[in-house]
Design a binder for this molecule. Structure first.
Ligand SMILES: [Zn+2]
Length: 164
């Protein structure tokens, strides 16, 4: 009698990292770790190919244009434009439901118009997610980056209107 095939062992999914009040923290992978380390220092940097110079996001090991594995992290001005936005509504995780409706925006970087980052538009770096009146959001509005320390050693880029 042969043994029945068994399911391959599956490791349990790690619980998502959250702040004390339940907001999700980024979980950096090897390629993205420098992005978060620079953010912690208050710098917005995007990965660039060290061979051909093309910027890429999200970070990954190989340049899609020239296939080089050499990369560097180029500092951005931190200025951009709202490329798109949404107002998430419940059902949401409880910590987010409390602040809904808030905004999630896609920012096109002025230094690199093909690079777009997702974040939140707020009135100041440490303001709540719902601090900007939804009527203020416009596609194309100028924004600048601000850095919010979410937890010990974890800083995320957020966005402020250039003309509040
Ligand atoms: Zn390249």
């Amino acid at each position: 009698m042969t043994a029945l095939p068994t399911e391959p062992a599956r490791s349990a999914e790690p619980a998502p990292a959250t702040t004390g009040d339940g907001l999700l923290l980024p979980v950096p992978d090897d390629d993205g770790a420098p992005f978060w380390e620079y953010a912690r220092r208050g710098e917005l940097r995007v990965q660039a190919c060290a061979a051909c110079g093309v910027l890429r996001f999200p970070p990954r090991p190989c340049c899609p244009h020239c296939q080089s594995f050499d990369s560097e992290w180029r500092r951005m001005s931190g200025r951009g434009r709202i490329w798109s936005y949404v107002f998430p509504h419940p059902p949401l995780l409880p910590a987010y439901a409390e602040q809904a409706p808030y905004n999630a925006i896609v920012v096109e970087l002025l230094d690199a118009p093909r690079i777009r980052l997702v974040g939140n538009l707020v009135t100041s770096a440490d303001a709540p997610l719902d601090s900007v009146d939804p009527s203020r959001l416009r596609i194309g509005a100028g924004v600048k980056v601000a850095f919010h320390a979410m937890a010990d050693g974890v800083t995320v880029p957020r966005w402020l209107l250039e003309r509040p």
